[in-house]
Design a protein around this ligand. Sequence first.
Ligand SMILES: NC(=O)c1ccc[n+]([C@@H]2O[C@H](COP(=O)([O-])OP(=O)(O)OC[C@H]3O[C@@H](n4cnc5c(N)ncnc54)[C@H](OP(=O)(O)O)[C@@H]3O)[C@@H](O)[C@H]2O)c1
Length: 201
Amino acid sequence: MADKKIIAVVGATGAQGSGLVRAILSDPSGGFVARALTRDVNSDKAKELSKLGAEVVAADVYDEESLKLAFKGAYGVYCVTFFWAHFSPEKEMADGIFKKGREYAGKTVGIAGEHLTGARMAASFTAALGQEVRYKEVSPEVYRSFGFPGAEDLGNMFQFKRDFEQVFCGARNLEVARALNPALQTFDKWLARNKSRIPLE
Ligand SMILES: NC(=O)c1ccc[n+]([C@@H]2O[C@H](COP(=O)([O-])OP(=O)(O)OC[C@H]3O[C@@H](n4cnc5c(N)ncnc54)[C@H](OP(=O)(O)O)[C@@H]3O)[C@@H](O)[C@H]2O)c1
């Protein structure tokens, strides 16, 4: 245990972070251990991660001192930010969570699954769910006009992915990701396992 490299995971109880924590824990010979950061070490999700073998530590990305402690001795950090909690670009920049990750710990890590088009995903949904799922292209510009909280942010994300597809996909090398984590699922495999959780009308 002591010779293992620590990966500190921000948002460890959430959808993104918990996937990484579980992947690290399910690979005991991988040379890494997971340190799960959470604001509430007593929540059910935090306790579950602790039971699975993660080191669970209290941290809030808006509390710099807590981050310093949580990142201490870590070999790498996995960071997510919480833009949707406040919708403020200024706060997002001020957080500097990625900068702090480098400053207090060391390197950063990331994973990638598969590069699929919307049409290809719709075809997979259709096959898995047994009812037609159609892909309808909505331009980022139109998306921004929908007006619901976060529509602008999502429109920006889709624009970035459309206009800088090669940069975005190029930085997420699937072969490297699969070599690092052979258990990484394809979309079809994930769908086969999880289709019963998708509510159908
Ligand atoms: N899920 C996706 O498909 C997806 C796709 C693209 C982008 N993202 C982005 O990725 C980020 C995380 O998404 P998610 O889906 O994993 O979110 P999530 O399931 O809501 O989980 C976020 C986790 O972050 C923790 N958290 C929230 N505020 C925090 C704070 N101030 N300090 C420390 N931890 C805090 C919470 O843990 P505790 O309550 O235990 O502290 C929560 O479990 C978001 O910015 C989201 O917009 C998500």
